[in-house]
Design a protein around this ligand. Sequence first.
Ligand code: GDP
Ligand code: ZN
Length: 465
Amino acid sequence: NGVMTFDDTISAVATAIGEGGIGIVRLSGNRAIDIADQIFRGSTGKKKIADIPSFQAAYGSIADPDSGEAIDEAIVIVMRAPRSYTREDVVEVQCHGGPVPLQRILDITLRLGARLAEPGEYTKRAFLNGRLDLAQAEAVIDVIRSKTDASLKAAVSNLSGRLSDKIRSLRQEILTMIAHLEAAIDFPEDDIEEITAGNVSGSITIVRVELDRLLASAQTGRILREGLATVIIGRPNVGKSSLLNALLREKRAIVTDIPGTTRDIIEEYVNIRGIPLKIVDTAGIRETADIVEKIGVDKAREFVAKADLVLLILDSSAPLTPEDRTVLSLLPGREAIILVNKSDLPPVLDMDEVKSFVGDRPVLKISVLTGAGVDELEQTIADRVYSGQVTSGEAAFVNNVRHMNQIRQAGRHLGDALATIDAGMPLDCIAVDLKAAWEKLGEITGDTVGEDIIDQIFSQFCLGK
Ligand code: GDP
Ligand code: ZN
């Protein structure tokens, strides 16, 4: 059903570059089996790829068909169309995971007529062949890039089609409204028009509530996907480095360098109750003094402005200093948690004065030295991120800016439809707005979407996926 046929057979190394226990070269397309047959010699039982049943592993070796030179031992798995990732014939060649054997095997498949796959091309074929819808295909990247259990859960839930199902049922409701409008247009008696407009208006309101609910999940979804951009600020010696080091020691998720930016900004991911905190280590708060001192107040203000969350640290064992006040002056308009550190020492800091600066932001007493208050810090962060939403992964999280935009635009068209109804305009004008909303939502699942958008989405994938 709906399998498109692509002329070319694609090939790529599907595993990460570098040394590993095993590596995989993956072929997909009409000639996958034929090409694999020319390089594989079965050691036991099934000698030819064509004789190996789908999903059964066969052991043997890979050799260059021209020179006869042996390249590596290998296990081959055949997945025949349409029961494969791409819905085409797929052959996976598992060999030793070194760059040289993988590259040699890849080169031979290319010489035998395969074409090097573009980034994301396997998943793109899976989409074009109808195995995944667009939102599910996008969830594949999210699964690969997830940073914590919670973000993985949200991505897997979307991969299984939870968001797509929700969107489809909303589209169906809009379609039903359009059908009612069209039926009424065919029987143009005044009272039918009015009753229909009234009914549709009620249905639109219900769908809008659902769209709003999805948008509300988007903030959480984005944070789970990209991480909660966090900066730690405070004057020198309050304990910034100690806090960051403690979090990294116990909660480090993954380390990344941001490609294309200067080396003095490093992002570290810390896993707080499943939330990836992306801590921007500006010019090494870890080693040296503080962000404000090192990069200046203006630059610090810039970082603070970009952050989802500011952790502002004060020292409870000393009075508030002019530098503390400078740091506190960065707070207005920002989401922040105030940490009064060194609570293991005799308290000196005037808490009333602190409270006069921080408004209703949470103020927590902690001691990085003893670990006191760190649990409470984690809970406070989790509460802020989920703000009462379900955390179980049951919800369809919108975690993608593209989807957010389409939902927002669909909501706007529905708002237009309501205004059209209120203005007492003809029914076919309402139908136009509804149709526009229906199309916008279809762009999420890929039911109504242009080729340029599809290309742009799949170009973000890694090679071999
Ligand atoms: P930064 O300049 O803000 O990065 O501060 P540091 O993390 O370098 O800490 C400055 C000093 O305070 C170090 O000697 C730390 O050991 C000490 N310190 C940090 N946290 C605590 C704490 O909770 N209690 C006590 N007593 N000392 C702390
Ligand atoms: Zn420091």
